[in-house]
Design a protein around this ligand. Sequence first.
Ligand code: SF4
Ligand code: MG
Length: 327
Amino acid sequence: TKHFPVRRRLKDVFSRTHKAVHAVDDVHLTLRRGQVVALVGESGSGKSTVARLLAQLYPRTGGDIRLHGETTKVTSGSSFRRYAARVQMIFQDPFASLNPTHTIRYHLTRPLKIHGTAGDDLEKSLHELLERVSLTPPERYLDKFPHELSGGQRQRVAIARALGARPEALLADEPVSMLDVSIRLGVLNLLRDLKERLDLAILYITHDIASARYFADETMVMYAGRMVEGGDSETVTQAPAHPYTQLLIESAPDPDRLAGAADVADEDRGNGEPPSLINPPTGCRFHPRCPKAMARCSTDEPVRLEIGDVPGHWAACWLYDKNEVAK
Ligand code: SF4
Ligand code: MG
């Protein structure tokens, strides 16, 4: 296949390709330090699977994850720790990811010990972590239990814990979707601020394309385990090329509500359901729902094609096949 080369090899690059039969396939993405990449899709699109594969929490049946250009594979507890020191995951539900029987101090001390990042003064390091996520004064939080904090504060603790490893990349799987609408923006702004200050690469997984536009430099759209469109966030959200992205944007509740959008976004939008990944449609996986489907769409799997003149904007859709246009 002639993939459009979205996988740029730069220094400070973290990239992967996955080729599993049923779950996710043909996923190429590159994270760079100081940048947020959004991976947008409905539930069941495989976006969380991509995050867990990238975090090396799931075994991979194929493909490649590269850190600074070097292939990495977790083979043992110690290679996992080395990898996790550079690539940390933040989960959707901060309550589930924190142990209710342990204090915040315990949760934050662990990564500092495991990764040897505490320095000489553990207490000072703990304070710094909490200050980084704006839980101040730190002594107010350190000896509390997770249930004594609000959802937003718990997610900040989860972020602080991830930072304890001093990672280069954060993989954030729907980090604000379980939080109150009113505090989502604050947590996204915190992540953006950390990206700048710590020069982090962030993968932001979301079903809310409006928040991707607000928060991410680059946006990739997934459908049924495939990446169907990618480019800079402004372009993908303002001038979406793939019919699926167009549908996502048309049905987004209100683009101006930014991160406050869409708990409804994961539900059926009235235009069919995403297909099962176990037995996906042939050809273009979107063809049963696509208003623009052509004959070849049900048989030929689309390749990534460059769109227009915006560098880096691509879609996996036959509408953009120059040969098709010439016919
Ligand atoms: Fe629609 Fe065909 Fe493009 Fe798939 S390849 S999105 S079915 S036009
Ligand atoms: Mg998910």
